[in-house]
Design a protein around this ligand. Sequence first.
Ligand code: UTP
Length: 231
Amino acid sequence: MLIVMSLGGSILAGELDARRFKTYADAMKQISKKHKLLLVTGGGVYARKYIQTAKAAGADEVTCDFIGIDVTRLNAKILIAALGKAAYPEVPHDYNEAAVAAESGKIVVMGGVLPGQTTDAVAAALSEYLKADLLLIPTSVDGIYSADPNVDKNAVKYSTMTASELVQMSGRTSLSAGSKSPVDPIACKLIERSGIRTIILDGSDPENLIKTIEGEEQEPRKECNGTVITP
Ligand code: UTP
C-alpha cells in the first residue's frame, strides 16, 4: 500500500524528546518494510510557543503561519535524523518534490507547505496527489467524538463516519494560526473530495499504528479502534 501519515506535533513532539522520535522512527521503519510511506510532521508545542510569541510581538496571521511551517520542518528534520538511512535525506517543500523523493523508495518526511492550514491538510493533499491507498491521522484522542471527551462525559465515539459528516463537524473549527482541533477543515474538505480511505486514531503508542495497518492488510479488513472516514 501507499500510506501517508500525518504525524501531528502533539503526538511526536509534545515536548522535544529524542527517544520519542526514535520510537516512532523504529515503528515507521517496520511499516516501510511492506509499504511505501510518506510522513508529514506537525509543529507541536514549539510551533504554538513560537506563534504566540510572534503574535504578541505584533506579527500578522500569515507570518505566524510561516513560523509554524518552519517548526513543522524542523520536526521533519529531527525525524529524518532518527530514521537514518531509511529516510530520504531532504525535507520536500511541496507535493512535486515529495513525489520525486518517493521515487527513491525511502521514507519521505515533510512538514507544512502553505499558510492558512495545518499539516493534516498537507497530508490529505499529498494523499490525493499520490493516489494513496490509506491516509492515517494519529492524534492524542482515539477517534472522532460527538463532543470533546475531555470536557463532556456524554461524548460518544464514532467508529465510522462519512467524509461529509466530517466536513460538517469541522465547519465549527477556527483556522487561526496555531489553533487546536482534531482535524482542520481544509483537510476534511480534501478527504471528502478525494475519497481516500482515512483513519483517525490514537497515535500515542506507535504499536497502534502498526496494528491498524496490519488490520488494513487483511481481507476483509480488521476493525480498528479509531474512526474510519468513508467516502
Ligand atoms: P500543525 O500542523 O502542527 O498544526 O501546524 P496543529 O493543528 O497544531 O497540529 P498538531 O497539534 O501539531 O497535530 C502548526 C501551525 O503551522 C502553520 C499553522 O499556523 C498551524 O497552526 N501551518 C502548518 C501552516 O500555515 N501551513 C501548513 O501547511 C502547515
